[in-house]
Every structure is written in structure tokens, then in C-alpha cells.
Design a protein around this ligand. Structure first.
Ligand SMILES: Cc1cc2nc3c(=O)[nH]c(=O)nc-3n(C[C@H](O)[C@H](O)[C@H](O)COP(=O)(O)OP(=O)(O)OC[C@H]3O[C@@H](n4cnc5c(N)ncnc54)[C@H](O)[C@@H]3O)c2cc1C
Length: 456
């Protein structure tokens, strides 16, 4: 044992003598190693094991599961109340402890980690902005947006699961449901005892959903019969309720229904082999003579304009997701560039690396400021469709740019899923396309700018 320590100590001294060109900090570190080794060499067996055990614990504490880098450069968090900051801190803790360790594994498997639903329930973050009488907490939309950012910062799929349930499905009932429907369906969904999905898109109808759905509904007495297909529906393989949007064959208007997933005639088939959001369970839904009672028809959804009210909210949510995805990629990359050495120095020290990092942080900061203001407008009750569309486009385009720069800065390691940035890069693609593609949201904006519709 003694020889072993002496040998290592000599080798280090030797390396130290040769390392004349190293920085002072490195030299001091190397200088300490022989002293440390000689201390370890004097310990008895049990003492040595105890010491190593302690050292391992310290290392575990210090080993960051997520780099301790603050990607909120303009301190947008300062707009939250103290109570809201605590809620956000709990979400961060949950994401780091429960999701971060499993995200890559489940992403690769393309499976949903069902065990997280029970853990997520305890966070109490569904329906945060809703009125207390429905089980909500009356918090700000800004907090809800920042929660989305915080979740997506670690895993965008988890954020999409959250967004489909609490944004698309729950908001459909909150915005378009009758008072009785809200009281019946919202509280169990807020408690996550029931999970929701939202079925608008169809195999042949994506961007043009406002121009006419192929899925039909027909009323006879108190019963509606729904026929058609829905594609890409998130959470649909396991959700309790799926909001199905269909065109009434009699008045040609779009109507929404709260449909039990287990209803006869409704089948779901998981969409496999995605290169984005692989944890999200997207499904193709077939509806063959599905019978739904009138009491399950969303009583305040009478035209596609009502569906669009739901989409406005969730477009804002996707803009926040893009901020989180970009932030996660930026923070991982910054840490990587500090750790990765080439030409005998951290790559973060090269001018061209810093140029890319500066571009990434500038873009990210602009996105954060934009979404923060958007949510403030939402809280004031004046957020418009066009403002939500602008944020959705700006942030998802920025997210694509930042995640791609991240990958570039990580060299070959950037294409390894285990290095996380590749996961963010893939996930950015779905954000770019869902809730209205870049083109569709730009057309919404273009119409507002010019007063001329250029959709068709
Ligand atoms: C991961 C994921 C999850 C999703 N989850 C859901 C969900 O839960 N529920 C749901 O209902 N849907 C969901 N979607 C569907 C999503 O909303 C649609 O993919 C989106 O609306 C675009 O439709 P599309 O894919 O059919 O593309 P298309 O409409 O076929 O568009 C293809 C291309 O043509 C362009 N284009 C179309 N029309 C025009 C035009 N007038 N001018 C210029 N360009 C145009 C588009 O911008 C796009 O680039 C999800 C999609 C993904 C990828």
C-alpha cells in the first residue's frame, strides 16, 4: 500500500515539474494532490473506507444533476410573488429529482413513465389560474407559463403531457363547458385523478382545421353519433377523457364532446418511431359510430371560433415550452463548454465559442422577455390571438436555432442522446409544428398587420 501511494505521488510530482505552462490555479491543485495522497496513505483500512464513503457523499452532493447556471439573464422571475417563487422552486426540485434521472431512458424507449403521475399530483400545479370554486388557485398566467418553462427545461415531453392535460383538454372544458360540466369534470382533472386529451387534428386535416373537419357528428334525440379519425392526439392511449372536435352534419358547425376513451367504437393506436417528444404517447384515433350523450357536448362550443379560444391559450403555452427547451439546451451546453478541453484549455475560452454562447443567450433572453410580457397581457385580460401567435413563432424559431447551436458546440458528443442536447434538438421540431405551424401563425400575424387574409 505504502509503495502504491509513493509511486502515485512521484508520478504527480513529475507531471507537476513538467507542467510549466499550466495556469497558477491548476498548479496549486496539482501541488495539493501529493499531500492528500500521503494523508490517505497513512489511514488504516477502516478509516480509509470511512473517508472514501464521506468523500463519495460529498461528491454526490456536489455533482450537479443539472448545471447550476442561471439562464434567466434578465431576471424575469422577479415578476412573481414570493408564494409563486416557492411553487416554482418546488417544480424545479421535482423535475431534477424525479424526471431528470429517467427522461433520457424513457425518451429512448418511447414510453411514458406512468409512475410520475402520482408524484406530479402532489405538486398541485394543474388549473393553477382557475377560480377557486372549481378547485383552482387563482394564480397568475405568468406563473403557469414559467412552470411550463421550468418543466421543459428538463424534459419537453413531460411538459407536453402537462400541456395537453392541463392546457388543451382542461381549457376546452373551462372555456367551452357549461357550469355543470365545469363542476363535474374540472376538479378530478385538477387533482389528476382523471387525465385528458384533445382531438382536433385528423390524418387529412392539420393546418386547415378551421376550414372543415372530416370527422362528423349527428344528433338523434339526446344522443350524438361521431364518425371519423383523429391523428397525433397526445395522451390519447391512456387518457380518461378525450375532447373530440367534429362537424355537425346538420348545421355544419364544429362541436366539441367529452368522450370517455373506453367508449364503444373508439380505438387508439400509438404512433411509433417519432424523432421528437418520444415520451409523449401520440395516437391515431378511430371513431366508428361512437355514441355520446348531449350532456357530454361542450355546451358553449358552437363554432370553430370557440375551439380557437382554447388554441390561443395553448399557443402561449407552447411559446413558454420553447423557452424552457432552449434554456435547457443552452445551460447544458454552457456547462459542457466549460468542462470540455481542446488545445489544452476549455473550449468556452475560444472566441468563436463565446460568440455562439452570446448569440444563444441573447436569443433566449429575448424569448423570455417576450413570453413574460405575453403572460402579463394575459393576466390583464387583453392578450390577443395575434400576440400569442407572434410569441409562438418567435420562440419556436429561436428554440430551433439555440438547440442547433448547442449541438454544434458539443461536437460529436452533441449527437448522443445521453448528452441531452440531442433530445432537446429533436423535441424542438415538434414545438415548431404543433399548435399551428410557423407558417400558419405567421399568416395569423400577417392578417393582423395588413388586414388581408392570405390563408388560401
Ligand atoms: C408531437 C405532436 C403532438 C401533437 N399533439 C396534438 C394533439 O394532442 N391534438 C391535436 O389535435 N393535434 C396534435 N398535433 C397535431 C398538430 O397540431 C399538427 O401537426 C399541426 O397543426 C400541423 O398540421 P399537419 O401536421 O397536418 O401539417 P400540414 O397542415 O399538412 O402542413 C404541412 C406544411 O404545409 C404548411 N402549410 C399548410 N397550409 C399552409 C398555408 N395556407 N400557407 C402556407 N403553408 C401552409 C405548414 O405550415 C407545414 O409546413 C400534434 C403534432 C405533433 C407533431
Amino acid at each position: 500500500m505504502e509503495n502504491f501511494w509513493d509511486e502515485i505521488s512521484d508520478k504527480l510530482k513529475d507531471a507537476f515539474d513538467k507542467a510549466e505552462d499550466r495556469s497558477k490555479k491548476d498548479i496549486n491543485l496539482i501541488k495539493n494532490i501529493p499531500a492528500m495522497l500521503s494523508f490517505l496513505g497513512e489511514l488504516e483500512g477502516d478509516e480509509l473506507l470511512l473517508w472514501l464513503d464521506q468523500a463519495r457523499k460529498i461528491k454526490k452532493r456536489r455533482d450537479p444533476k443539472f448545471p447550476p447556471i442561471n439562464g434567466d439573464f434578465y431576471d424575469t422571475r422577479s415578476h412573481l410573488t414570493d408564494e409563486e417563487k416557492v411553487i416554482l422552486a418546488n417544480v424545479r426540485k421535482f423535475m431534477l429529482e424525479e424526471i431528470e434521472p429517467i427522461a433520457t431512458e424513457y425518451w429512448l424507449k418511447g414510453e411514458f413513465p406512468f409512475q410520475i403521475i402520482d408524484k406530479m399530483k402532489k405538486l398541485n400545479i394543474i388549473g393553477l389560474t382557475y377560480d377557486k370554486s372549481y378547485g383552482g388557485q387563482g394564480h397568475s398566467n405568468l406563473l403557469e407559463g414559467m412552470i411550463g418553462e421550468e418543466i421543459a427545461r428538463v424534459d419537453v415531453s413531460t411538459c407536453t403531457f402537462f400541456g395537453v392535460h392541463s392546457g388543451l383538454a382542461l381549457n376546452s372544458i373551462y372555456i367551452c363547458g357549461s357550469e355543470e360540466q365545469k363542476r363535474e369534470f374540472i376538479p378530478p382533472m385538477i387533482r389528476m385523478e382523471k387525465i385528458g386529451a384533445f382531438g382536433l387534428t385528423e390524418p387529412d386535416v392539420g393546418s386547415a382545421a378551421s376550414m372543415g373537419l372530416k370527422t362528423t357528428c349527428k344528433r338523434e334525440g339526446d344522443t350524438w353519433t361521431i364518425n371519423g379519425e383523429k391523428k397525433w392526439i397526445g395522451n390519447a392511449t391512456f387518457a380518461d377523457y378525450i375532447i373530440i372536435w367534429a362537424k355537425d352534419v346538420d348545421d355544419h358547425m364544429v362541436k366539441g364532446f367529452i368522450v370517455d376513451r373506453t367508449t364503444n367504437g373508439l380505438t387508439t393506436e400509438k404512433i411509433e418511431d417519432k424523432m421528437s417528444l418520444r415520451i409523449v404517447q401520440n395516437a391515431l384515433i378511430k371513431l366508428e359510430n361512437v355514441k355520446v350523450k348531449e350532456e357530454r357536448r361542450l355546451q358553449n362550443a358552437n363554432t370553430f371560433k370557440d375551439t380557437a379560444k382554447v388554441l390561443k391559450m395553448t399557443r402561449a403555452g407552447v411559446a413558454w415550452q420553447a423557452v424552457g427547451c432552449a434554456r435547457g439546451a443552452y445551460e447544458h451546453t454552457l456547462q459542457y463548454t466549460m468542462d470540455r478541453r481542446q488545445f489544452d484549455r476549455p473550449i468556452a475560452g475560444f472566441q468563436m465559442t463565446q460568440d455562439l454562447l452570446a448569440q444563444m443567450l441573447s436569443q433566449l433572453t429575448a424569448m423570455q422577455c417576450l413570453t413574460t410580457r405575453l403572460s402579463q397581457l394575459h393576466d390583464l385580460g387583453v392578450m390577443s390571438d395575434e400576440q400569442a401567435s407572434l410569441a409562438k413563432v418567435f420562440c419556436t424559431v429561436g428554440c430551433r436555432t439555440i438547440t442547433s447551436m448547442s449541438r454544434e458546440l458539443m461536437g460529436a458528443n452533441g449527437i448522443l442522446i445521453s448528452n441531452k442536447v440531442a433530445r432537446f434538438l429533436g423535441d424542438a421540431e415538434a414545438l415548431y409544428s404543433y399548435e399551428g405551424t410557423k407558417q400558419i401563425n405567421s399568416l395569423v400575424l400577417g392578417r393582423a398587420i395588413t388586414g388581408l387574409s392570405a390563408f388560401v
